[in-house]
Design a protein around this ligand. Sequence first.
Ligand SMILES: O=C(O)CCC(=O)C(=O)O
Ligand SMILES: [Fe+2]
Length: 303
Amino acid sequence: MNSFMPFFSSCTLILLCSCGARVQVLDHGISTELMDEVEKMTKEHYKRVREQRFLEFASKTLEGGGGAAENLDWESTFFVRHLPEANIAEIPDLDDDYRRVMKQFAAELERLAERLLDLLCENLGLEKGYLTRAFRGSKGVPTFGTKVSSYPPCPRPDLVKGLRAHTDAGGIILLFQDDCVGGLQLLKDGEWVDVPPTRHSIVVNLGDQLEVITNGRYKSVLHRVVAQADGNRMSIASFYNPASDAVIFPAPALAEAAGGAYPRFVFEDYMKLYVRHKFDDKEPRFEAFKSMESQSTKLIATA
Ligand SMILES: O=C(O)CCC(=O)C(=O)O
Ligand SMILES: [Fe+2]
């Protein structure tokens, strides 16, 4: 099952699986007023605090024909952590109103992510709460954070991507994207397909950890952002991920007997590999952990 599930419209939301197997209708429950406030403040913040810095980066990137541009992304971002410990109070240059609104938005998204994980459990025949429990780790809290991005207009979209193609590493990702400027694409049947801007919608994406836990029933999807010649695209992506010490493995109810396709590992070890190989295929990441697993099994067998 393909995991990119765009939600459409302000109140009624349609969750689309591109394999066509299942369509769910539900309401994301987040007020459109709150979403409008988040969007307005995020755009103001970019103008006030980040634009100048980005323009300096932009002119360096394209200097001399932009030879280095293929290893860069045309985005200006900052990251806010909500769980296990919030760091929004320490992020410089955010005004109090923006902090308050982002906190409120994050709390809504956290609830929505948990609701969606329970829906996935229902779809998969897993007991309610299985997925949220699988994310909790020793302290009983998942990792949850928001990446706030702007993709400013780019004079050379032929040279540089807004964000290079990747799958997300973690669990469930909720994306609030610009309602006018597009650029997000996902790979479906070997072709890049636009995920068009839809006002007040939330796009849901599943990461590599859910592919492992569901034993491949849900696959993380390759996606990218194409830089646009016109318009500054806002994107607010919230990542509901396992705790760093959570042990990730295929749910026994979904796993084949011996020798399944997916490994068992600690989430933070996966992230150490991911940060170095984010823009590479995911399969070698899974293979690396599978071969570590089979080596340790051999060691146990010969001990
Ligand atoms: O900005 C977007 O639409 C996507 C962002 C994204 O894929 C990411 O940050 O992982
Ligand atoms: Fe992503």
